[in-house]
Each structure stands twice: as structure tokens, then as C-alpha cells.
Unconditional design. Structure first.
Length: 159
């Protein structure tokens, strides 16, 4: 392989030198323009000579579309995760504020699921603190979290 490259480069240098000598010997005018044009074609032919012998089958071309799709999916997953975390955090603060307005001290954790429209929605709530029927009813009507998905810890008589 290296020998072929060496021969190719030697041919380019030899033809370039020969064309330079011919160019300096040809008088000004149309004959010089024709000789320059023909010399350029010869040099171009020598430069392109190795192309037909190259094996492009072994050349590995990256699949940009596949890589782009993978990156897009990864970014969408990260975006959905961040959105879910934001919605959970906002809902936790909303429930905590409501609990405080009812005179309760509660630590709240909210779990979300992706809804039919692709947007995360509050699904399950876990409340560390005393149980009140009023807060449980409020979470059911205002947030759409039914009592079977409300976990109360610290509830008297039940868990």
C-alpha cells in the first residue's frame, strides 16, 4: 500500500516539474493557454488515478440518523423526568400549604405517572402526619387522587 502511495506521489511531482518546464519553454499567447489547459488535465488525471482502485466497501460511514434519534429519545426522557419532578414538587408544596391552612404539619411526597396526553400527573401521595378527612377529601376532589392512592403515616388507629 505504501509503495503505491509513493509511486503516486512521485508521478505527481514528476509531471508537475515536466509541466513547469514545458510552460517556461512555450511562448506567450494561445499556444501557452492550450498547453496550460492540457497540462492541467494531465495533472488532474494523475491525481485522480488511484480513485477507481479504492475499496469503498470497507469504509465505515457513521449512521447519523440513528445517533440523532438516540440523542433525541434520551433528551425527551430527561425532559419528561424533569417535568415530572417539577409537577411532583409543585403538588407537594400545594398539599403542604393546604395542610398548613388546616392547622396540620405534614411532610408530603407525590408520585406522578404520564397521562394519556404525555404530561405527568399526580398519581399517588404519601403524607407523614396526622390524618384529616378534610385534607383527604380535598386531595380527591381538587387533585384527582382517590383515597386508595393516598398513603397516610401517623394516622391514629391505621397506617
Amino acid at each position: 500500500m505504501m509503495e503505491h502511495v509513493r509511486q503516486w506521489l512521485t508521478s505527481i511531482v514528476t509531471v508537475s516539474l515536466l509541466l513547469s518546464v514545458i510552460q517556461s519553454l512555450v511562448p506567450q499567447g494561445s499556444l501557452r493557454r492550450v498547453s496550460s489547459f492540457l497540462g492541467g488535465l494531465v495533472l488532474l488525471a494523475i491525481l485522480l488515478a488511484p480513485l477507481p482502485g479504492l475499496d469503498f466497501a470497507g469504509l465505515e460511514v457513521p449512521d447519523w440518523q440513528k445517533e440523532t434519534e438516540e440523542v433525541r429519545r434520551k433528551l425527551e426522557a430527561e425532559e419528561e423526568s424533569a417535568l415530572a419532578a417539577g409537577i411532583a414538587g409543585q403538588t407537594e408544596a400545594y398539599i403542604s400549604d393546604k395542610a398548613a391552612s388546616l392547622g396540620l404539619t405534614a411532610e408530603v411526597r407525590v408520585e406522578t405517572v404520564t397521562g394519556a396526553d404525555g404530561v405527568p400527573v399526580p398519581w399517588r401521595v404519601e403524607v407523614e402526619g396526622g390524618y384529616t378527612e378534610e385534607l383527604a377529601q380535598w386531595m380527591e376532589t381538587e387533585l384527582g387522587i382517590p383515597r386508595e392512592r393516598q398513603d397516610w403515616h401517623g394516622r391514629e388507629g391505621e397506617n
